[in-house]
Structure formats: C-alpha cells, structure tokens
Design a protein around this ligand. Sequence first.
Ligand code: ADP
Ligand code: MG
Length: 316
Amino acid sequence: MIEVVGLTKKYGSNLAVDNISFSIQKGEIVGFLGPNGAGKSTTMNIITGYLSATSGSVKINGYDVLDDPIEARKCIGYLPEQPPLYLDMTVNEYLRFVYNLKKVSHKGREVHISEVCRLVGIEHVRNRIVGNLSKGYKQRVGLAQALIGDPEVLILDEPTVGLDPNQIIEIRNMIRTLGKERTIILSTHILPEVNAVCERVLMINAGKIVANDTTENITETTAAGKQYLVRVEGPQSAVLAVLNNMEGITSAKVQKEGEPGAFDYLIQTDNESDIRKTLVLALAKQEFAVLSFQAVGTSLEDVFSELTKNDKKGDA
Ligand code: ADP
Ligand code: MG
C-alpha cells in the first residue's frame, strides 16, 4: 500500500530525514513514534506530496508521488499538524470547499459530506462557524476534510495534540473505528497513544528508523531478561557487592532511598535464570533484609529510551 525507499530530506545542511525505508500493508494502523524534531512531519509531508524529498521514493498503491501525484494523492487523506481549516466558514461551507478542491466526484457532494459528518460525529454542528468550535470539534472537522473523497489511506500528524483527556479518548476511538476499513499512519510523540491505537510501530529518532515491529515484539526482543525493583535494608555498597556478584544478574543500581536505612535497587537479569530465591537467600545470609520485591515490566518507554540513548540530536 505504501512503499518508502531510501527517503532523505535535507533542510540546508540539516539532515531531517536520513535514508529511511519502510512499507505499510493495506489495513494496518501504524504508529509513527518519535520525539519532537525526529522527522515525523517531514516524512508525512513527503508521503502526502506536500514537500519534495532530497532523494528516495514514495509509492502509494503503486503510484509514485512524484510521477503520478494526482493518482497518488487521491488515495490519501491527510490531517497535517496544523489542520488547514478556514475559521470563518461554516462546517458545511468548508467541507463543500474541500470537496470541490479535491475534485471529488464521489457519490454526489451532499450525500458524501453527510456520510463523512456522521462518521466523525459532527452532524449537529454543520451550520456552526468552524472558528467557534471547541478544539476537539475542530479536530473532528480536520478529520472530516481528510475523509472527503473516501481515501484508502489516512495520514494523521499528531492528531491528539492539544486536546483534553476526554477529547483524546474520543479521537482515538474514532481513529480505531476508521482503521477498520482503512490504512492509517499516525504520528505521535506520546507512547501510550501507540499502545492505545496502533498494531505496529515505526520508531524514528534523529531522522532514522530505529525500530519497526509490532508493539509486543519490540518490548520482548529489546528486553533481554527481566527487571526487578528490590528494597533492601543495609549499607549501599555492601548490598551492591552482593547483588553484582550474583549469577544471573547483569546489572544492579541504586534508584533511591526507599525508607531510612533501606534503598531501592533496580536489577536487570539475564533471560535464563529465575533469581528470586537465590537473591533473597544471599542477602539474608549477610543479614540484609529484603523489604519489598517487585517485577518491573519493560515498557515501550524503556525501549524507546534504550533505542535512542546514543543519539541526542533533535529539538526535544
Ligand atoms: P517532528 O515532526 O518529528 O517533530 P520535523 O519533521 O518537524 O520533526 O522536523 C525534523 C527536523 O527538521 C527538525 O530538526 C526541524 O527543526 C527541521 N525542520 C523541519 N521543518 C523545517 C523547515 N521548514 N526548514 C528547516 N528545518 C526544518
Ligand atoms: Mg511534527
């Protein structure tokens, strides 16, 4: 459905997108995740044909965005970071304007606009001035303009930025519904958004793809072993010595003082060993009491900071 090959974009000497390649299959909902300045909007602007690449190619449904821009764009609905709303038009006027602009001939204008309005829940505000709507409703109107022409692919750039928690939930639900019949790429710098909406994640950092997999696979493969948070009473250096000498522990570090005289240690283990029993016994032998013990799951957050820690370029 979408084929990106060797895409590079330079702004002067600033390499914003650095030779990225990926493909997206029909029907997928893919999260394009990365910190601010990573290159998400630049990539999306190139895929949608709003910006030219320095090199590389993008094909949508087999149409090259440079060679067949009209055919390629017909397949895409785009919600940019700043939705292109005309604030002094009514919702109806604006959507008619978009319909004409996109040269859609789909189903007849009024029927199609009504359908789209129903899909994003804005039927009751169709005669309101866009500029007077709440941020959440403006975003729905933005989604509506992307849906005009019934494109197979939706490209949404940070669709929930600036919304309140309820509006975020509404928009995410809407995206999930829309994704049942469409291919969606959604950019975000918010990790839980990917978990909430996407089946697959493309992580981008400093213009490079650093991961491309299902959310589950990414957390599994990068997390070699389990993490535990253990609270132990006793002097730090002596406790650390016990932990670091134990088989199965690959690293142990102090997190913070948990209570007077006791510290929390974050322990990383290798994949094979279950260290729980030996750990408690080894510490008890030195009369260091284990006050609490918990397994810490590896979150997408951990994975992301792990994958991006060697590269601090970007605006974040
Ligand atoms: P993201 O959407 O992930 O936050 P962007 O694609 O907006 O990232 O930006 C990627 C990099 O390109 C950043 O370093 C940004 O400063 C730079 N950049 C973006 N747009 C322009 C532009 N029009 N001119 C010059 N540099 C830009
Ligand atoms: Mg952006």
